[in-house]
Structures are given as structure tokens and as C-alpha cells.
Design a protein around this ligand. Structure first.
Ligand code: ADP
Length: 402
């Protein structure tokens, strides 16, 4: 059983082929710069094993269809490929960013499902059309293979109204579905499941705070295994301080910028999404560069680190209050998995809440999921690598076996 996972962006396609029996990755890659003069396909067969083989192809890739066909040619290459024909793919899982209120779980793609994804385009005008491109192309190339849509928002559809409603005129919700949706749901769900396993309890009995810190950052309060609040909102801009996204700001900032800087809404949107966050504060958005700069005495880099970790702490406190009892806090994604300093700073001063980090365990580097709290910590603290592709493949497996 080989599953193909596709994450189609506006000018890129990320993919993985996973052997489901062993959950091992047979191939992973990225097609990028689709539509530009020179596109690029980077593929790795058997990543992380002795048989690992990497290849890079650079040529014009005019559209997603051409991009996907290049990938298929590589996967079925008689000499080095990992499948003989496209019929060896059992199912395809697609990442879809926004399922709005239509999807509480993953769905087998049918014409009605495609219509529902289209209906949600106003909520994700950049992402959903790109995801639909990936689905359309895959359906053409693999007409008989079941395809499953896995939504970033679905895990958060369990939030109660008092958590998902903004205090805005109610008609904006009734007419336009303006509310908190939350994102990174596939990642939060995945690490929550892994955490329950490590705690040795059914997920339905776990109260968790999952902290996804990558380029995008979000935190989720999970009660009895389901999402009850999350920091990203109507769009993936609210909440924590991210690589280039601001997270929370005063909504009246828009008016201030318009009146005082003459900025229009498009440029304010670009400012908040692309020029803010860590990058806005110190000019760098990769945490590794920020640490180097802090070590060299860069005050702005230190400020950026402090602003991010303080915001994390503030949300942790908020979600402790939301949940009452917390079994574990889970750190995941690029920063969450690798950055002992960010974890320690984010948890600083929370001892009174029963949160006690073990500095030695926190400082150890490992690829595996691990506990980093002291034995006397009432809230356990874990680092759990996220694996969104595997999570999508597992979701697809569940849906096709129904
Ligand atoms: P995405 O949200 O794009 O999936 P990732 O989860 O891969 O992002 O996280 C990417 C970020 O993780 C990088 O921008 C970088 O700041 C951070 N990161 C990656 N490796 C490390 C590391 N060893 N130490 C600290 N931060 C890291």
C-alpha cells in the first residue's frame, strides 16, 4: 500500500510517497517556481536511509500539471523509480488549507466536496485555489485512485462558540462566516495523538496544550482530546509571533497606518504577513540566525526572542486557565523541536503552575519524541516531532477504509 501525499501551493508542489505497512518514506520532494522562467524539482528517494538518493532538475515548469507529470516520470523511472506505474498508488491525500465550517474531518473527494472547497475560497483566497489545482491535476493523472482532502482547519471545528466567535456584529458570522477557524490542525492532532501514547492514556482523557512553532506558529488548548481553543483565527495571522507574521496586534492599527502613513489595505496586509514577526523586529526570521546574533550582542535580536517567548508564555497562561487541568505541554515544528532556549524562555516563571522543565533533558538534542520535564512537574512537558505528511497519509487511510 503506497500512498501519495500532495501539498499544492500557488507556485509549488510538495509531495511524499509513503509505504503504509511500515510508514516509511519512499520518496519526498518539492517542485517549486512553477510558472517562472526556470522551475526546480528536488527529489529524494529513501530519505534518511542508506539508500538515500537526491536529484535536482531545473527547467521551465509552466503549470502544476507539468510539475506533477515530472514527479510521476521520476517516481516511475525504470532504473531508479519506486513504483512501476501510477496504478501502484493506493490513495492520495491532499492538504487543503480551509474547510470552513463544512469539514469537521477529512473527506473522500467527490464533485460535491470540490464544490465545498471552492465555496470556502473567500476564506483562503491564496491557498484553496492552489490546493484545488493540485487536486485537479492528481485526478487527471490518477483517475481511478481515491483522493482524500485533509483540512488544516478540521481539527479545530470542535471549538465551542464562546471560543470561536469574535465580538463583532453577529451578522458578519451569519452572512460571511467570520469567526476563528484555526490552522495547523493536522499537526496539532498528530502530536496530541503521539502525546497520549506517551502518557499511556486514551486521547479522549487528555488535556493538552500543543505548541507548534515553525515559520508559522500556533498554540491549541485540547480538552478531552479535542480542540477547544487555538491561537490562529479567521486567517493564519492571529496569535503568536511568527517568522514574518505579527500575530496579535490592536485591530485599530489598520486605521492608524492608513491615517498616518497613507497605507492602503493591501500594503497593510503585506506588512503584517510578510514584514512583521521576528523579521520585522530584528531583520531575521530564522531562529538559528537570531541566536547567533544574540550571542554577538545584537539587542534587536534579543528583543525579538523576548517578544516571541513572552507571547508564548502569555498564551500558555491563557490556555492553562481555559483547561483548568493540564496533563502535558507539547512543543513541535522547526523551532519547537530544536530550540531549547525558546522552550526554556517560553516556560520561564511558570513553576507556580506546576510546570518544571528539566534543563538537562531540554538541552539534549534528539529526533525522537521525548519528555523534558522534571519528575516532580505536575504538567509533563514533551518535544514531539510533527509529521504532517504521515498524518495526512493516515487520515487518507482511515477515509478510504470506511
Ligand atoms: P514550516 O512552518 O515552514 O513548516 P518548520 O516547522 O520547518 O516551518 O520551521 C522552520 C523554522 O524552524 C525555521 O525558520 C527556523 O527558525 C526554525 N528552526 C529550524 N531548525 C532549527 C534549529 N536547529 N534551532 C532553532 N530553530 C530552528
Amino acid at each position: 500500500m503506497k500512498f501519495l501525499v500532495i501539498n499544492s501551493g500557488s507556485s509549488s508542489i510538495k509531495y511524499q510517497v509513503i509505504e503504509m505497512a511500515t510508514e516509511s518514506v519512499l520518496a519526498t520532494g518539492l517542485v517549486e517556481r512553477i510558472g517562472e522562467a526556470v522551475g526546480r524539482l528536488k527529489n529524494t528517494f529513501y530519505p534518511g536511509t542508506e539508500r538515500e538518493r537526491e536529484s535536482v532538475l531545473e527547467q521551465a515548469i509552466p503549470d502544476h500539471d507539468q510539475g506533477m507529470r515530472l514527479v510521476i516520470a521520476l517516481l516511475t523511472d525504470p532504473e531508479q523509480g519506486i513504483i512501476g506505474t501510477t496504478s501502484e498508488i493506493t490513495a492520495i491525500g491532499h492538504r487543503v488549507v480551509h474547510g470552513g465550517e463544512d469539514f469537521r474531518e477529512s473527506a473522500l473527494i467527490t464533485p460535491a466536496i470540490l464544490d465545498a472547497i471552492k465555496r470556502n475560497i473567500p476564506l483562503a483566497p491564496l491557498h484553496n485555489p492552489a490546493n484545488l489545482d493540485g487536486i485537479r491535476v492528481a485526478m487527471e493523472i490518477f483517475p481511478t485512485v481515491p483522493q482524500v482532502a485533509v483540512f488544516d482547519t478540521a481539527f479545530h471545528q470542535t471549538m465551542p462558540p464562546h471560543a470561536f466567535m469574535y465580538a463583532l456584529p453577529y451578522r458578519l458570522y451569519e452572512q460571511d462566516r467570520v469567526r476563528r477557524y484555526g490552522f495547523h490542525g493536522t499537526s496539532h492532532r498528530f502530536v496530541a495523538g503521539e502525546c497520549a501514547r506517551l502518557l499511556g492514556k486514551p486521547l479522549a482523557e487528555c488535556n493538552l496544550i500543543t505548541v507548534h512553532l515553525g515559520n508559522g506558529c500556533s498554540m491549541t488548548a485540547i480538552a478531552g482530546g479535542v480542540s477547544v481553543d487555538t491561537s490562529l483565527g479567521l486567517t493564519p495571522l492571529e496569535g503568536l509571533v511568527m517568522g514574518t507574521r505579527s500575530g496579535d496586534v490592536d485591530p485599530a492599527l489598520h486605521l492608524f497606518l492608513q491615517q498616518n502613513k497613507g497605507m492602503d489595505l493591501e500594503s497593510i496586509d503585506a506588512l503584517l504577513n510578510k514584514e512583521s514577526g521576528l523579521k520585522g523586529l530584528c531583520g531575521m526570521n530564522d531562529m538559528r540566525d537570531i541566536h547567533k546574533a544574540v550571542a554577538a550582542g545584537d539587542q534587536r535580536a534579543a528583543l525579538a526572542l523576548n517578544v516571541q517567548t513572552y507571547r508564548n508564555r502569555k498564551y500558555l497562561g491563557a490556555y492553562m486557565a481555559v483547561l483548568g487541568r493540564v496533563d502535558a505541554i507539547v512543543f513541535t515544528a522547526g523551532i519547537g523541536e530544536n530550540d531549547a532556549i525558546v522552550r526554556a524562555e517560553s516556560l520561564k516563571g511558570l513553576e507556580a503552575f506546576g510546570i518544571r522543565l528539566d534543563p538537562e533533558k531540554n538541552g539534549q538534542r534528539a529526533r525522537e519524541a521525548r519528555c523534558i520535564s522534571r519528575s516532580d512537574s505536575t504538567v509533563q512537558i514533551f518535544v514531539i516531532p510533527t509529521n504532517e505528511e504521515l498524518a495526512i497519509a493516515r487520515e487518507a487511510a482511515t477515509v478510504v477504509s470506511r
